[in-house]
Design a binder for this molecule. Structure first.
Ligand code: ADP
Length: 644
């Protein structure tokens, strides 16, 4: 078994360069994982940390259930294949393949059997007596693969193994490596900067940029559901067409208008069910993306029709790529114009330069991104919602349901934007909803429901069954209905974009410094009680101090070393990670948030604020808070590295 777990892995090089940030993923046994991204994004560094050729700055690497951070490369049961083959020039192919096994002192006949078997698999049996220089690049790369195969490793790591080969050979070797993976039935991790290689080989692909994972997904999900503009542009050729645009909710659906173009159309609301309302005001800048294969020169193919002006056509034999512009006046066009469009069409199509043509666009396959963050505004599982609600006499009407507002949310009558994270929603409760169906989002079942005209998406835990009933609708039609609840403590109310009532956060943050102290403790030594000095670790927040439990301090030290005393440390804890207590850190009460059954206190400590639930029997004068250390995430704030 060779499943791998990478838990919050970081690499900071001695010169301070942070090459890999918070790399976390689980790789199942026998998967073919590809790390892809532009040069310098941290692919090789990550692979080299897995191989043991590079120290892991922080985080945990687990292979086959064992922590490997400090295990030497040679003891990791991993084989690595490099771009430059790294063959010994003076040795024959046979010797190159046998070399590692000889070092391990395997019996001669076993070495012979393994080398011949690997040569057979790779189709290089007849070259065993040749020297590397007598072979082509492709054959040499096969030898390098053979040298890895004979070791029968648990994990194969391949670092751009095909980039020295010409295009034709690369395509052939790509298929061979995929076949090899099927034959060997082991875990493969493959690094490449070539998205075509990634898309054709990986069962799952990790797209990286600037040391950060952008998306981990199957090839088809990367193509269909890119999580940001970078992934959208990186996957697929030619690159996706992007336009600055605005969206506006109208009576008939959503009006989509591309800036500075004749593209302005109305699309059905259902295509935008996952888009947050804040983007539908007709003003907020967004980026719309359309792949060239989702635009057609057949103006009747898709319902939305418009015009563009052809610049030139590239006929590639299997298809044509038409370079055009939404600017219909040739004088308006500039190179790299923001209104240019590339259209894929069948081969042999002919147009005059500057010819105005009719095209149609497939709106179902349009991608939408925030203009500033460049993240998708239609995530497969939305993080939060903003819905219109009305307050009258302290009753909030939202999602087709009325809620009596608790004191914490009590506010003037009027229209509000009601915002809440998806965690505020759960099944069962007073909200009636129509059950619309389920989709699989990376192995998690996500249910779509509609409450008061708003689509909501709830992930289901494994084995969770939603209680549904069938409701008749007319004589023949029927719908499935269910109920939901909304946890009001996570609800914020906004007026004209300003927050007027703040929700309880999902996560508390506390920043301080770690110090160590030697303290005297009474211990039994040789049957006598003695005062011995022991090292303890503390978190100081302003003037206040909390002891860090030994097992947590140990983990922090292991990850951060001495840096944990030098830099600021941030604790991130759930709402239940901070408890009001008789002893602990003293905090100033800023506000009490009364949600009826649940009451919370917002308190300030030094420069920060934390929220804690008030137990029903707790008197509230000066409060002290206690940190629930198990379950806390600890970050080195200066380097933004997760220590625990
Ligand atoms: P990739 O494989 O994606 O091309 P690498 O993992 O090789 O990228 O490098 C990631 C980043 O780390 C790059 O910016 C590179 O310059 C930097 N880097 C790599 N090795 C070192 C090193 N030994 N010291 C400092 N920086 C390094």
């Amino acid at each position: 078994m060779a499943e791998l777990k990478l838990n919050h892995i970081y690499k900071v090089y001695p010169n301070g360069h942070k090459a890999v940030n918070d790399f976390s993923m689980e790789i199942e046994d026998k998967e073919f994982i590809v790390f892809v991204g532009p040069s310098g994004c941290g692919k090789s560094t990550t692979l080299r940390m897995i191989a043991g050729l590079e120290d892991i700055t922080a985080g945990e690497l687990i292979i086959g259930g064992e922590v490997m951070n400090y295990v030497e490369a040679k003891d990791r049961d991993i084989a690595m294949v490099f771009q430059n083959y790294a063959l010994y020039p003076h040795m024959s192919v046979y010797e190159n393949m046998a070399f590692g096994l000889r070092l391990r002192k395997l019996p001669k006949d076993e070495i012979d059997r393994k080398v011949k078997e690997a040569a057979e698999i790779l189709g290089i049996s007849e070259y065993l007596n040749k020297k590397p220089k007598e072979m082509s690049g492709g054959q040499r790369q096969r030898v390098a693969l053979g040298r890895a195969i004979v070791r029968e490793p648990k994990v194969f790591l391949l670092d751009e193994p095909l980039s020295n080969l010409d295009a034709k050979l690369r395509t052939a070797m790509r298929a061979e490596i995929s076949k090899l993976h099927k034959k060997l039935k082991t875990t493969f991790i493959y690094v490449t900067h070539d998205q075509v290689e990634a898309m054709t080989m990986g069962t799952r692909i990790v797209v990286m940029k600037d040391g950060f994972i952008q998306q981990i997904d199957s090839p088809s999900n990367l193509y269909n559901y890119p999580c940001n503009k970078f992934v959208a542009g990186f996957i697929g050729t030619p690159q996706m067409n992007f336009y600055n645009a605005k969206l506006e909710k109208t009576d008939s659906g959503i009006r989509v208008a591309f800036d500075d173009t004749n593209v302005d159309f109305s699309a059905p609301l259902k295509y935008f069910s996952k888009v947050d309302e804040i983007y539908l005001d007709g003003k907020r800048p967004i980026i719309a993306g359309i792949r060239s294969e989702h635009v057609s020169v057949d103006s009747k193919l898709y319902p939305f029709k418009t015009k563009c002006r052809v610049s030139y056509v590239e006929d590639l034999g299997v298809e044509s790529q038409i370079y055009a512009d939404f600017a219909l006046n040739a004088e308006d066009a500039v190179i790299e114009s923001p209104t240019k469009i590339i259209i894929k069409s069948p081969p042999g199509i002919k147009y005059e330069p500057d010819e105005i043509i009719d095209i149609s666009i497939d709106l179902k396959n349009m991608h939408l991104f925030d203009a500033e963050t460049e993240n998708t505004i239609a995530p497969r599982l939305p993080e939060s919602y903003g819905v219109n609600g009305t307050v009258k006499n302290n009753v909030l009407k939202v999602l087709g349901t009325e809620f009596a507002l608790p004191a914490a949310l009590s506010c003037e009558d009027g229209e509000y934007e009601v915002r809440f994270p998806r965690q505020a929603l759960s099944f069962g409760g007073s909200i009636s909803a129509v059950y619309c169906g389920e989709e699989d989002v990376n192995g998690v079942k996500v249910a779509e429901v509609n409450a008061g005209g708003k689509s909501l998406f709830l992930p289901l835990s494994e084995g969770e069954a939603v209680e549904k009933t069938v409701k008749r609708k007319g004589k023949t039609a029927s719908v499935e209905v269910c109920t939901l609840s909304l946890d009001l403590k996570y609800v914020s109310l906004l007026k004209d974009g300003e927050t007027v009532r703040t929700a309880m956060p999902l996560c508390n943050s506390l920043v301080g410094k770690v110090v160590k102290k030697k303290i005297a403790v009474a211990r039994e030594v040789n049957g006598k009680m003695k005062n011995v000095k022991e090292l303890r670790y503390y978190l100081t927040v302003g003037e206040e101090t909390a002891e860090i439990p030994e097992h947590i301090a140990e983990k922090m030290l292991k990850s951060g070393g001495k840096n944990i005393f030098r830099d600021l440390t941030e604790l991130r804890l759930g709402l239940d990670g901070i408890k009001l207590s008789q002893s602990g850190i003293t905090a100033n009460v800023e506000r009490i948030a009364d949600y009826g059954k649940d009451k919370f206190v917002e308190c300030s400590i030094a420069t920060g604020k934390v929220f804690a639930q008030i137990p029903s029997d707790c008197p509230l004068d000066a409060v002290k808070i206690e940190i629930i250390w198990d379950g806390v995430s600890i970050y080195d704030k200066d380097f933004d590295i997760r220590l625990v």
